[in-house]
Design a protein around this ligand. Structure first.
Ligand code: FES
Length: 591
């Protein structure tokens, strides 16, 4: 059979594929950017594309549609969201910034017949210290010197001049990029490096998700060969570059003016970003290529910021405890405590840290992306239109981000909804939605929101009337996804406590981290059994602590050193070798 030529708009990219290939894989082959949150299983309905020319026309699910002829396809634009108040913009600490990079204003002596020294020599004379000029800086030097009477600003990293800009640009500030690459979501933060202020933050879906929603499917794809590994690498780099562009626009500068970056991510994302073969992470004994901090130049990673900008990819602890956990440890000060603190970072993987005097224990559980709104029927990221808080009394009330009609539900809303549904009896302790007779104890106003029966049952949070479109609801299947996620995290906590020889009563503090960590209601987390029973006043939501760790590493050499030490000091507890984990997982599936 003849090959099919597929053209993707608006990027105008073409690719030729064998008939029978899905539209999603054709788009992946073409390198165009879009998401498939359920990993192409055909259940999330979020990979819609528009066929405008071809054997059929109209909207299709790209992961399900198999091509059989030439097509012209339009991909709906996928947004980068400038976050309303992303946790990364919060907590601008009072820290002594020491990013290891600086901007200096120099007045360089003009050349003359008496001083025929080269531009570079005269610049170094004004700098008054030995330094090496990068080729890019040399290229910019002659024009920069002569544009504003030989007044220039140099960007200095260690003993290297990365860039030369005309005139006094010190007041414009010195910018860097902090990135938290999650399996589901990528968050970027633009930080002014001298004052430490976060100028803007933005997030976007991790478009690697077309190859699977979890790290194992991504590893499996990458293991097929170098081309597949490159597909994954390119996709995450595209997302970071798009975030950089959005952040740069919001600050009125160019991405090239980001002169440093720090990145946190789980170990799989780390390997995929760096193009390292992740295949030995998947089977026991789960071996990473490297755990030490990787320091590279932006251009080596393909990042669209200043090509020579130093990029610090924070160290990993183990195959499933990555730099993101190290970020949590650094930003919350857990690398050195004299009390007992439990920290839970909720993402697609749930990483848990138990800090005890002189000890740091870590483990990781495969929670799945339910708490990030993925694989949930009406799930969405925390952006305008997402229900973020839910309360159920005689009626259902909720808060929506952005003061608009609800469109879906995000992680904190899901957790609230489940905790409330369980509290009032819409959910039974085994996670079954109460239908028919079993719902007779509920007020009519709540009972009428329970639709369908058995696996088809669902609970309406926002009616079609309230949304002005489709209702927002949680299905029985959504509840099961949340049960799996919370069962895994809670079982991980139990094993770690046991390993550390402490009980919940011994804990001085419990930190709840995650991209939506600031918005989690601690009573909901307790109510649904995600956390062990501790007094609510001991629980503190610390927001995106992993991303905050990236920000600190961007701003401070000391923080980078702490990250290196924390990764070396951390003991990793391999849950798969603990039979108690499986027992606890089954026990904690129930609410
Ligand atoms: S339905 Fe296609 S990726 Fe989810």
């Amino acid at each position: 059979m003849e090959k099919c030529r597929i053209s993707f708009l608006p990027e105008k990219v073409q690719v030729t594929v064998e008939p029978g290939v899905t539209l999603m894989m054709a788009a992946a082959e073409a390198g165009v950017e879009f998401e498939g949150p359920c990993g192409g299983r055909g259940v999330c309905g979020k990979c819609k594309m528009n066929i405008i020319e071809g054997e059929t026309t109209g909207q299709v699910l790209a992961c399900q549609y198999k091509v059989s002829g030439d097509l012209v396809v339009e991909i709906p634009r996928q947004e980068v969201y400038l976050n309303r108040k992303t946790a990364l913009t919060e907590g601008d600490w009072e820290i002594e910034t020491d990013p290891g990079i600086s901007k200096l204003k120099l007045q360089v002596e003009p050349p003359s017949l008496d001083n025929q020294k080269s531009d570079a020599d005269r610049l170094l004379q004004a700098l008054n210290r030995p330094a090496k000029l990068r080729l890019d800086a040399l290229r910019a030097l002659p024009q920069a010197l002569r544009a504003e009477g030989h007044a220039v600003t140099v960007v200095l990293a260690g003993d290297e001049v990365l860039a030369v800009e005309a005139g006094d640009r010190v007041k414009q500030g010195l910018y860097g990029l902090a990135v938290d690459i999650g399996t589901t979501t990528v968050v970027g933060s633009l930080v002014e490096l001298t004052g430490g202020k976060t100028v803007a933050a933005a997030s976007a879906g991790n478009t690697q998700n077309i190859f699977g929603a979890d790290v194992i499917s991504r590893i499996q794809h990458a293991a097929k060969g170098p081309k597949e590994l490159e597909q994954l690498r390119r996709r995450v780099v595209q997302v970071i570059n798009r975030l950089s562009e959005k952040l740069a626009v919001s600050a009125g500068i160019a991405p090239r003016e980001f002169y440093q970056a720090a990145i946190v991510c789980n170990t799989t994302m780390h390997h995929l970003l760096l193009g390292l073969d992740p295949r030995y992470l998947a089977p026991a004994p789960f071996i990473p290529v490297v755990t030490e901090m990787v320091e590279i130049e932006a251009r080596e990673a393909g990042l669209g910021i200043h090509p020579h900008a130093p990029v610090y990819v924070l160290p990993n602890v183990a195959g499933y405890v990555g730099a993101d956990t190290v970020g949590v440890i650094v930003s919350t000060g857990l690398y050195n405590v004299n009390k007992s603190v439990l920290a839970v970072d909720i993402g697609t993987n749930g990483e848990i840290v138990l800090a005890l005097p002189g000890r740091l224990l870590t483990c990781s559980t495969a929670a799945g992306p339910a708490f990030e709104g993925a694989q949930i029927k009406c799930g969405m990221r925390a952006q305008a239109g997402a229900i973020e808080k839910v309360k159920i009394e005689d009626k259902v009330s909720y808060e929506v981000i952005g003061d608009v009609a609800p469109k879906g539900i995000c992680g904190s809303g899901i957790m609230d909804a489940i905790a409330e549904m369980f509290r009032v009896g819409v959910l039974e302790s085994n996670g079954r939605l109460a239908t028919g007779e079993r719902a007779s104890h509920l007020p009519e106003s709540i009972r009428e929101r329970i639709q369908g029966t058995g696996p088809q049952a669902s609970f309406i949070l926002a009616t079609a009337e309230e949304t002005g479109g489709d209702p927002v609801y949680l299905t029985q299947k959504d509840v099961r996804e949340v049960q799996l996620a919370k069962g895994a995290i809670r079982a991980g906590i139990e094993v770690l406590l046991e390993h550390g020889g402490v009980s919940p009563a011994d804990l001085d503090e419990v930190l709840l981290a995650g991209a939506f960590g600031s918005y989690i209601d601690k009573n909901s987390a307790l109510g649904m059994g995600l956390l062990p029973m501790v007094p609510p006043e001991k629980i503190r939501a610390v927001g995106n602590a992993a991303g905050a760790g990236a920000k600190l590493a961007l701003l401070s050499r000391k923080a980078r050193q702490q990250a290196v030490e924390a990764a070396r000091k951390a003991e990793h507890v391999e849950l798969s070798t603990w039979p108690q984990f499986q027992e606890a997982f089954i026990r904690f599936l129930n609410f």
